[in-house]
Design a protein around this ligand. Structure first.
Ligand SMILES: Cc1cc2nc3c(=O)[nH]c(=O)nc-3n(C[C@H](O)[C@H](O)[C@H](O)COP(=O)(O)O)c2cc1C
Length: 398
């Protein structure tokens, strides 16, 4: 019998998800500026939980405050406010969705105001300057990810997802554009994958077997010289048999000049063909994310067996109760059309909408994408000021 969108699914570790619809990671940037959750985030994840998703993934949860992608990121390490994290875990899972943390590390894309960013290799390009991580810094990373995963478990979250997509640290190691090393972590496809594999193994070993561990990978960096589809399929094959419960496929990178998937506009799902090819390389359940706009598209991807789960980001911003809407034969979300092409503008617009849901507001302010970018920049400024204090605190407890 063909699977359907509303069938439960059992992950390899025995975890049962209530249906096939997942709220893909979105950096909501609504932390308190010290790296801790806010009541607004509680309301946001509660809204998706009530709306019927099987899993909600909180984007960009950092283990180290020195490698954030935004000052509103959550930071889960021994200095965190565990009470606030526990409260978030409870609120976001009260109605049976699982709330997973995406384990992030911005690497070369850490904002310059935090300090000089470090990635796989030193780069000095228009829009991207960073130093290279030393071998000892690299070898400490898998345990850092594992520590955050363990804290996620201790705080009551439902699982973790290792972020190895979109040009952040682990994706940088997989991408020849960022990774120009000629040591054990670069120079060949096998070496470029090494940190990702070591991280998966450390995270898996650091949490109980019943706690799901997923990964988000790029199907392609969508830029000449970046990770190709063939390269990504090799990564999928290399990750098979390493205790993962789910692989999510996305694409795009924040390397200068490349398109970001959260900014892309298209008619249909992006990575279905890749998921079909990946299916030949692994037995791990697969999730395709990107470009889903209608129930018909999501249904087709599940029924054809191309994907086991559907990752939705923008559709679930437009209608946070989309699983319920679809189950009751309601309408597909109405996607706004943007006349301007403004890099980062579409993502900023959706981030504003996330904030509106978190605040319980009906509408968002600002007419244009440029307005959206500047409104978010204003909000980030206050978070940045608070964040400096967090950095000082971290310096005292490295
Ligand atoms: C506002 C916003 C923030 C996002 N933040 C993240 C993030 O923190 N981590 C991540 O892996 N993807 C992030 N994404 C990308 C989405 O997870 C998804 O891969 C992408 O938007 C394509 O899916 P969609 O077409 O359903 O929106 C973000 C997307 C949006 C719109």
């Amino acid at each position: 019998m063909e699977p359907s969108l509303f069938d439960p699914i059992t992950l390899p570790n025995g975890t049962i998800l209530r249906n096939r619809l997942v709220k893909s990671a979105m950096s909501d940037t609504l932390g308190d500026g010290y790296g801790n959750p806010t009541p607004e985030q509680g309301r946001l994840y509660e809204t998706w939980d009530r709306g019927g998703v099987a899993v909600s993934v909180i984007g960009e949860v950092q283990g180290d405050p020195r490698t954030i992608e935004h000052p509103g990121n959550l930071v889960l390490n021994p200095q965190a406010d565990f009470g606030a994290f526990r409260a978030l875990a409870q609120r976001g899972q009260a109605n049976c969705a699982a709330l997973w943390l995406q384990l992030g590390h911005a690497g070369a894309l850490t904002p310059g105001w935090v300090g000089m960013p470090k990635g796989p290799s030193a780069l000095d390009l228009d829009g991207l300057r960073c130093d290279a991580l030393s071998l000892s810094e690299i070898s400490a990373l898998p345990d850092r990810f594992a520590r955050t995963a363990r804290l996620a478990y201790d705080c009551g979250f439902g699982g973790v997802q290792i972020h190895a997509a979109h040009g952040f640290l682990l994706s940088q190691f997989l991408s020849p554009l960022f990774n120009r090393r000629q040591d054990g972590y670069g120079g060949s496809a096998k070496n470029q994958m090494r940190l990702v594999i070591e991280t998966v193994e450390a995270v898996r070993a650091g949490v109980p077997e019943g706690f799901p561990v997923a990964i988000k990978l790029n199907a392609t960096d969508q830029i000449t010289g970046g990770l190709t589809q063939d390269g990504a399929l090799e990564v999928v094959a290399a990750l098979d048999g390493r205790g993962l419960d789910l692989m999510e496929f996305s694409g795009g990178t924040y390397f200068p000049g490349a398109p970001a998937s959260s900014d892309a506009v298209s008619r249909g799902p992006y990575f279905i063909d890749f998921a079909k090819m990946a299916r030949q390389m692994t037995t791990v359940p697969l999730m395709a994310t990107g470009g889903f706009k209608s129930r018909r598209q999501a249904d087709a991807a599940i029924r054809s067996g191309a994907a086991d789960l559907i990752g939705l980001a923008r559709a679930l911003v437009l209608d946070p109760a989309l699983p319920t809407t679809w189950r009751t034969e309601g309408h597909d979300p109405l996607f706004p059309r943007f006349e301007e092409a403004f890099p980062g503008g579409v993502t900023a617009r959706y981030t504003q909408r996330l904030e509106a849901i978190a605040l319980g507001a009906e509408t968002i302010t600002g007419a244009s994408l440029a307005d959206a970018i500047s409104a978010l920049a204003d909000r980030s400024e206050g978070q940045k000021q608070r964040y400096f204090k967090r950095l000082v605190q971290q310096a005292a407890f490295p």
